[in-house]
Design a protein around this ligand. Structure first.
Ligand code: OAD
Length: 254
């Protein structure tokens, strides 16, 4: 680790050691080291693909089979994927802090696979099948190339993810805002911080007095507003950060 990186990790650990309310927001970058492509940038999921063809309610109304197949392909790619050291470090973080809230924009279920509990999934969960007609929902147990239909009302089933132009799952954003605006420290990992409302969480946290720590190998829309920027892949730095936090003397705010 270079001097600057070592210094920012130490700074971050020091802030965390002073906090008893911590919120963490993750994006596609936390899963990159598990081999899942991010959305934006070279090789990203959205590269060469018009999001409006597969990730909007209009696309599903127009061609449900195409949208269904896109999400089945994403499920198939996710099946063998294992959480990485970054996901594992966040499980440990939760044990170090009396009030730790993990918020994710990811739909891949890897935080859950790693052992995190109570995760606020802002953009839903790709493993849920649900019906927009009557609200019926179920957890998918395997892959199925053919579009399914609701056994209650007969409408086509859709994946339980949030599409562009849709509102977030009820109550989830509210709980995320509450966690971020009451946190003393917010850690933002692996997100380009451009998709709303997730991107605003760190700004609301900062306005409410939280120290913002960003972990990302690239500069993002948030970097200029973060108090500590750790420019490195999550799986490489989070385990060390957690270790430093665990060994730091606890000096909690009153
Ligand atoms: P993006 O693809 O926009 O950004 C991924 C971020 O991860 C980038 O800033 C990368 O620099 C960073 N990154 C890459 N490798 C990393 C690593 N090993 N460790 C840490 N960071 C790394 O993905 P999101 O910001 O998550 O929404 O995208 C937000 C939303 O846009 C997604 O939830 C999805 C998408 O459209 C919906 O589908 C509704």
């Amino acid at each position: 680790m270079g001097d600057k990186l070592t210094q920012s990790v130490a700074q971050a650990a020091n802030h965390l050691a002073h906090a008893d309310r911590v919120a963490c927001l993750t994006g596609a970058g936390i899963s990159a080291e598990s081999g899942i492509p991010t959305f934006r940038g070279t090789g990203g999921i959205w590269e060469g693909l018009a999001v409006e063809q597969v990730a909007t309610p209009e696309a599903f109304a127009e061609n449900p089979q195409l949208v269904w197949r896109f999400y089945q392909a994403r499920r198939a790619a996710l099946l063998p994927v294992k959480p990485n050291r970054g996901h594992a470090a966040l499980v440990t973080m939760a044990n170090l802090c009396p009030r730790f809230t993990l918020i994710t924009q990811n739909v891949d279920g890897l935080h859950h696979k790693a052992g995190s509990t109570g995760v606020l999934c802002l953009h839903g969960d790709i493993w849920i099948d649900r019906c927009d007609g009557c609200g019926w929902r179920t957890r998918a147990t395997g892959l199925c190339d053919r579009l399914g239909h609701c056994s209650a009302c007969g409408q086509p089933l859709r994946p339980g993810v949030v599409w562009f132009g849709e509102t977030l799952p009820q109550g989830v954003l509210e709980r995320a805002v509450e966690a971020c605006t009451t946190a003393q420290v917010m850690v933002v990992v692996g997100t380009s911080s451009v998709i709303q409302p997730a991107a605003s969480l760190a700004h609301w946290a900062r306005e409410a007095g939280a120290t913002i720590i960003e972990v990302n190998p690239e500069r993002t829309a948030l970097s200029g507003d973060a108090h500590v920027v750790i420019n490195a892949p999550a799986g490489e730095v989070l385990p060390g950060l957690v270790q430093l936090w665990a060994s730091a003397p606890r000096r909690r705010p009153g």
